[in-house]
Design a protein around this ligand. Structure first.
Ligand code: CU
Length: 140
């Protein structure tokens, strides 16, 4: 007797250990890779709508660019821009304010609110990450 275990017990332990490893290593990676590769659920029958908070300026992102492409602003006054990218049929995966060092991702179907404070008067450019779509604030 003592510390010795039978062949049957040893085999049982090996099987249990393998089952644990499978459940721990393989199963989660299967489920998580499945959910990671799947985009956020979007009901094809429901058009996404913008959710611009009160006081914000809604900026739609269409196939041709930002709409409106020119927005009035006041120097030194904080403002909220609500960027709404209804779908992925444009390249604006992100919006960039180069002069302010601001960069925000724009997931399709969502409204992303960007808080900015233009500091000096004149045009303040915003653009897509590839500098193809452009808009600007007219800061007075
Ligand atoms: Cu682009």
């Amino acid at each position: 007797m003592g510390a010795s275990i039978s062949k049957g017990q040893a085999l049982y332990l090996v099987v249990v250990a393998l089952a644990c490893v499978l459940a721990w290593k393989v199963a989660p990676s299967l489920t998580s890779s499945g959910s990671l590769s799947r985009p956020a659920p979007v009901d094809a029958n429901v058009m996404p709508v913008p959710h611009a908070p009160p006081g914000s300026v809604l900026v739609n992102i269409t196939m041709v660019g930002f709409d409106p492409a020119e927005i009035e602003a006041k120097a030194g006054q904080p403002m909220k821009l609500a960027f709404f990218r209804p779908n992925a049929a444009n390249c604006a995966r992100e919006v960039v304010f180069p002069d302010l060092g601001v960069r925000k991702e724009l997931p399709p179907g969502q409204t992303v609110v960007v808080d900015i404070t233009p500091l000096k008067t004149g045009p303040l450019v915003f653009e897509c990450g590839m500098k193809m779509l452009k808009g600007k604030l007219i800061v007075r």
